[in-house]
Design a protein. Structure first.
Length: 585
């Protein structure tokens, strides 16, 4: 748990306390990790203490619990606790959870609320059970809501946290009376369980997902299938059940099925019109791919003879290309207008202010185009910032020339080490400065792979009879194998030499740069990164268009009449085979 006091100054939280949650036992490992985390973030004077937050709170002054402006926590889920001799029982004014059954979650939350200063804020991760379990926990929820402490409930995807695969939620609470006027008497529910990137062993919240959640919380308005503002009265009418899907259901609507279209063919106009906003956003007229069948149904146009044709027709559509070009032009104008903020970073050193300005101005510039919604636009900037933030920190600390020098050092060191997880040839600086040379390296790699495959195919298989006769028809003679091995070794040496030459060429290119060239190089690469991130969102949106038409093709292209005809033809062939085999007259 991190509890902070807000010190005077430019929007900075100073951590005065961080208590390790450990129920019934001390946990020195968690304390050590917390201490290292504070130090790595430049907070060397944090007051971290190792104890049991419920049974023995350690941050006490004058016989009372210390108070804080911010409490940010991720306590252990569903722990048992003991209420025997528990100090400061006034912390738990809303009720006591059962001591058995692993239900200490809301006891932790009550402790957090109890140590808030007036105007304070709690942000805590909790299991979903605290939202709907009955008994004492329902009474505690009722107390939070009736006293207007609860501000938001945010549902997260499963498998985001180490040690547990269950989905979790974030509760945001304010000290009593601390809510802003427009939020009083209301709770925001955000269903973000679909906002994640799936990994091999764990799921991840990427910057674009975080940004979407943050934007929804800041706006505090209804967002279809994502966020809903609910009144205290509605929560009370639902018996203080805070199940997120009850208020913000993001389940997709059922797939429509038209029986007549399944039987006779044709795509229902009603289904096409239901996706009007999707098509209009990307500048696509659906009649480019359809022709009229009758007043109610459409047929695929003659140029769409196969399902594989759909993507090509959409990608080359004039309306689609025009809308994407419009977004690209808006991006170019925005970048030209805001590049100076990056140029001045080594002087201003205000990265977070620049990030906030970029998020707002990017949305203002690109959302009016209409291709991507504000969440995707903001997500593109947030994802880009997450990817380049270390480059920007280097820019703040060392300037443009120092940033390029740092890239060159990183790449040359990786080439010398030869075998690390980082592929130095995939670095954006190498791709930018040495594209032709990288193509030559790719050709050399292809040649090595070809020779290696030829050698393996030509070696004796060793699967013959006892007398050693080989059964590999493609086996080469000993002389041919020797020549091929020599050629492969030479190709590998040549490839190794070319890879090592990358470092030399980079050092030479860097040495030839002046300050203006370094600045132009860094800005070009940052722009290319942001453009690539934005284009990925455009590609996903375009693929959504293609997916809609492919779905209609799969559903309605093959009619019942066609199925019956193919069935009858197959039956006739089967009868003919049976007659030919003599089993029937």
């Amino acid at each position: 748990m991190v509890m902070c006091r807000v010190s005077p100054g430019p929007s900075r939280f100073v951590v005065h306390e961080a208590t390790c949650f450990s129920v019934r036992r001390h946990n020195g490992g968690v304390w050590s990790i917390s201490k290292m985390n504070m130090i790595l973030h430049g907070i060397n004077d944090a007051d971290l203490r190792n104890g049991d937050t419920l049974a023995e709170p350690l941050h006490v002054a004058g016989g009372e619990l210390m108070r804080f402006d911010r409490v940010i926590t991720n306590p252990p889920f569903s722990q048992n606790y003991s209420d025997e001799g528990i100090p400061f029982p006034e912390r738990f004014q809303y009720g006591w959870c059962p001591t058995a059954g692993k239900k200490a979650d809301l006891m932790f939350v009550q402790h957090m609320v109890a140590v808030l200063r007036p105007g304070g804020l709690v942000c805590t991760v909790m299991p979903h059970g605290v939202l709907f379990r009955g008994g004492a926990e329902k009474e505690i929820r009722a107390g939070f809501i009736e006293d207007d402490l609860l501000e938001a409930v945010i549902g997260l995807a499963p498998n985001l946290f180490y040690g547990t695969g269950i989905p979790a939620c974030v509760l945001v609470l304010r000290a009593k009376g601390a809510k802003s006027q427009e939020r009083r008497g209301r709770v925001l529910f955000i269903n973000a369980d679909a906002e994640y990137r799936s990994g091999r062993a764990q799921s991840y919240l990427d910057p674009e997902h975080v940004q979407k959640i943050v934007e929804a919380f800041r706006r505090f308005v209804d967002t279809p299938a994502f966020a809903t503002v609910v009144t205290q009265e509605e929560l009370a009418a639902n018996d203080f059940n805070l199940n997120i899907r009850r208020y913000a259901d993001n389940a997709p609507p059922p797939e429509p099925q038209d029986v007549r279209a399944h039987l006779l063919g044709g795509v229902p106009k009603a289904e096409v019109e239901a996706k009007h906003r999707l098509f209009a956003a990307h500048g696509l007229d659906p009649l480019t791919l359809f022709v009229q069948r009758n007043e109610t149904y459409l047929d695929f146009a003659p140029q769409v003879a196969r399902k594989a044709d759909l993507q090509g027709v959409i990608e080359t559509d004039a309306g689609v290309l025009a809308r994407e070009a419009e977004l690209s032009a808006a991006f170019d104008q925005w970048w030209a207008a805001h590049t100076e903020r990056i140029v001045r970073l080594p002087e201003t050193r205000d990265m977070m202010r620049v990030r906030a300005e970029f998020l707002g101005s990017f949305e203002e510039a690109l959302v009016p185009v209409g291709l991507l919604d504000r969440f995707k636009i903001a997500g593109a900037v947030a994802s880009w910032w997450g990817e380049v933030q270390f480059d920007l920190k280097s820019l703040v600390a060392r300037g443009f020339e120092g940033t390029v020098e740092g890239w060159v050092t990183t790449i040359t060191t990786a080439i010398e080490e030869d075998g690390g997880k980082f592929d130095p040839l995939d670095h954006k600086l190498v791709r930018y400065l040495l594209p032709d040379f990288l193509n030559d390296i790719a050709d050399a790699e292809t040649e090595v792979a070809r020779l290696d495959a030829t050698l393996k195919a030509g070696e004796p298989s060793g699967d013959g009879d006892d007398e050693g006769v080989e059964d590999n028809a493609e086996a080469l003679s000993a002389l041919e194998l020797k020549a091929l091995k020599r050629e492969l070794a030479q190709a590998r040496r040549h490839l190794k030499k070319m890879q090592a030459e990358v470092a030399l060429r980079l050092v030479e290119a860097h040495a030839a740069m002046d300050a203006a060239a370094a600045r132009g190089l860094v800005l070009d690469l940052l722009r290319a990164d942001l453009s690539s991130t934005l284009n990925m969102s455009v590609t996903r949106h375009r693929q959504e268009l293609v997916g809609s038409f492919e779905n209609w093709w799969d559903k309605y292209r093959v009619t019942l009449e066609v199925v019956a005809r193919e069935r009858d033809a197959a039956g006739a062939r089967l009868k003919e085979f049976v007659r030919e085999l003599g089993y029937a007259d």
